[in-house]
Write a protein that binds this ligand. Structure first.
Ligand code: ZN
Length: 197
């Protein structure tokens, strides 16, 4: 569907946004590279990165990921905007990138959220911290942490063994408090706890 957005220079820019999109490796990579849904203004050559809702269909499993613009976060989190349970919801581009990386490395997003939860439980309570899965190395997982220091990204690493141990325990955990509060679909995210107020 062609959408028209207004550039900062006030020039109207058209961008073709599909309602539903097959999640090919190329699409995944373009999301991670940051080129997905980006367009260049013909007049001022600014690169624009608008956010529009898109449903991604995973190729083998046919599971669907619903991308929701960051601007709609309050409506989704308050329950004003309902999303069907069969979707996995991601809100805002940074979460979309994280989900793509989780898929690329064949990781379990439930386990990733539990690891983030345990990190945030230990972090200073009054700090405004965001944590995202960033990369998988030979023997561990790297997470990026925003908000520890101004304009600096912190990195925390966990051993792959720890991930694998958690992975074996994850299924009963999804039903148990406190985990069920952020692992129940469609929006599997610790932000449901940490952004709740
Ligand atoms: Zn422009």
């Amino acid at each position: 569907m062609i959408k028209t957005i207004q550039c900062y220079c006030e020039y109207p820019v058209e961008i073709d946004i599909p309602e539903t999109l097959e999640l090919t490796n190329e699409v995944k990579q373009s999301i991670i590279d940051g080129t997905f849904m980006s367009t260049t203004c013909e007049r001022c050559e600014r690169v624009l990165k608008p956010e529009f809702g898109v449903t991604f269909v995973q190729q083998v499993t046919r599971r669907t990921i619903r991308f929701i613009p960051e601007s709609e976060r309050p409506a989704v989190m308050s329950g004003k905007k309902e999303v069907a349970e069969h979707y996995r919801v991601v809100i805002g581009y940074i979460e979309l990138v994280e989900k793509m990386k989780i898929l690329q490395f064949g990781l379990d997003d439930n386990v990733i959220e539990v690891i983030k939860y345990h990190y945030l439980e230990k972090a200073p309570k009054n700090a405004d911290i965001d944590i995202y899965f960033h990369d998988k190395t030979e023997d561990g997982l790297e997470f990026y942490i925003y908000g520890l220091k101004k304009d600096e990204i912190g990195i925390t690493r966990i051993k792959l063994d720890f991930y694998n141990t958690m992975k074996q325990k994850i299924e009963p955990l999804t039903e148990k408090e406190p985990y069920s509060a952020f692992l129940s679909p469609p929006y599997v995210s610790i932000k449901r706890i940490y952004l709740a107020d």
